[in-house]
Design a binder for this molecule. Structure first.
Ligand code: ARG
Length: 461
């Protein structure tokens, strides 16, 4: 039976429909380089345990290395009859070194500890690559912030006009969650750095290999303390899927800003031709497809996480074949982000802002009301009264079609005698922004400090 790792107990091969259900080479072949690395480490462990001679180890190592090269150049592929990456590689090895030697490699290991180890090893590499992609978006946001150091825009809460903020401050608000995603990857990597190799099927191996040595040979920090956990734990897969989904959500929120800003009604920003699309029928269109695809893919990434958690819940302890279902959602999430992150970086890097339009919009909707109330507080008025007085000023302005800064001395006095003419000095968007000058605030000096803080994080990542 080609590519099958059992036989003795079975009178025949699997039914076609059974095989069609079971086969996983179409997606798990991407783990082949890690399987080869695992086999090399395992062969060395068998040699140290006295189960392979020096010559046998040399022959096997050479064959495995050759296979590794052919996997990388694409010339080695699974055959249609191979069930999974492990079976395929064992078949090929056996064809090359003979049944006598090829049949020795499986001693003391199982596909259960193999797959659990490979997926961790693969994932560690991928999250390092995704970290680079994430940094691309962070740097694009920083560069935009640096390009518009003094532009002021309307800050919104509940999507309603709230307080003026620096455009740079708002842009960098999208960088910080991405730095936390990078941190999440780093935290996860520490947990992924524990190797299940040597756990065998579930109970560990009786053949004397040293799992710690194998772990170190494979670039892990240590080996698992519990072989049942080693073969069956998939919390690290759902944790990875969570971080992927969170990145999707973070990009989706950034995208939603871009989508709103680039509408003609807002007119805050313009999309670059290279990072937008037109319409087949409406000649005037320029659509924010990158941002929309980011928003759409966030849903898909959340779905992958939800699917994994549903697959894992309620599984009987130790390996169950259900666990094969962990791969496609994980691979999909990683693949999606490898495509999405550079596109979002390009979208952000080329976004141009209409500073005049932002400046016009910044004081609309009485966004300086809090500045009036804060001024009253500085004059000794309790904040609750200041809030009430300013609320009355807003109501007066609304009824008379005025802005807060357009109230004359009499009108101010009529609303409340505490509103002396000097209050008008704080009723500018520049003054408002500059006054929010404590750490984390939107004042230009604080935003500059924020940029340096991000620089330090980016260069440390
Ligand atoms: N293809 C399997 C998976 O992805 C590998 C482990 C199979 N183990 C087994 N006992 N059938 O989980």
């Amino acid at each position: 039976m080609q590519g099958f790792l059992w036989g003795g107990r079975f009178a025949g091969g699997p039914a076609d429909a059974m095989f069609a259900l079971s086969v996983s080479t179409q997606f798990d072949w991407r783990l082949a380089p890690d399987d080869i690395a695992g086999s090399l480490a395992h062969a060395a462990a068998l040699h140290r345990a006295g189960l392979l001679t020096e010559d046998e180890l040399a022959t096997m190592t050479q064959a495995l290395r050759q296979m590794g090269d052919e996997i990388v150049d694409g010339s080695l592929q699974p055959a249609p009859g191979d069930e999974d990456v492990h079976g395929a590689l064992e078949r090929i090895l056996t064809e090359r070194v003979g049944t006598e030697l090829g049949g020795r490699l499986r001693a003391g290991r199982s596909r259960n500890d193999q797959i659990a180890t490979l997926i961790r090893r693969w994932l560690r590499r991928e999250i390092r690559a995704l970290t680079v992609d994430l940094l691309g978006v962070v740097v694009a946001l920083q560069n935009r912030a640096r390009r518009y150091p003094s532009a002021i825009m309307p800050g919104r809460t509940h999507m309603q006009s709230a307080q003026p903020v620096l455009l740079a401050h708002q842009l960098l608000a999208h960088a910080w969650p991405l730095t936390r995603d990078i941190e999440r990857f780093r935290d996860l990597d520490a947990r992924l750095a524990i190797s299940p190799y040597g756990s065998a099927a579930l109970a560990g191996s009786s053949l004397g290999q040293d799992p710690e040595q194998v772990a170190h040979d494979l670039g892990f920090q240590a080996s698992v303390a519990n072989s049942i956990d080693g073969t069956s734990a998939r919390d690290l897969i759902s944790e990875a899927a969570y971080v992927l989904a969170q990145i999707g959500v973070d990009l989706s929120r950034l995208s939603e800003d871009v989508i709103v800003w680039t509408t003609p009604e807002f007119g805050f920003a313009k999309l670059d031709d290279a990072w937008s699309t037109g319409s087949s029928i409406m000649p005037q269109k320029k659509n924010p497809d990158v941002a929309e695809l980011a928003r759409g893919k966030a849903g898909r990434l959340i779905g992958n996480l939800a699917g994994l958690l549903a697959t894992f819940k309620g599984l009987p302890t130790a390996y169950d074949r259900d666990l094969q279902e962990d791969k496609e959602p994980l691979f999909d999430g990683v693949d999606q982000l490898h495509v999405l992150l550079p596109a979002v970086a390009g979208l952000v890097a080329t976004l141009t802002f209409d500073e005049e339009r932002l400046a016009q919009a910044a004081p609309l909707g009485f966004s300086l009301a809090t500045d009036m109330a804060d001024w009253l507080v500085r004059q000794g008025v309790p904040f609750a009264s200041a809030h009430d007085i300013t609320g009355r000023a807003v109501r007066y302005c609304e009824a008379h079609g005025l802005g807060l800064d357009e109230l004359d001395d009499d009108q101010l006095n009529q609303i409340d005698p505490a509103l002396r003419p000097q209050v008008r000095e704080v009723l500018t968007v520049e003054g408002s922004v500059a006054s929010r000058n404590a750490r984390g605030g939107t004042a230009p000096v604080q935003v500059a400090a924020q940029l340096s803080e991000l620089d330090a994080l980016v260069s440390a990542a």
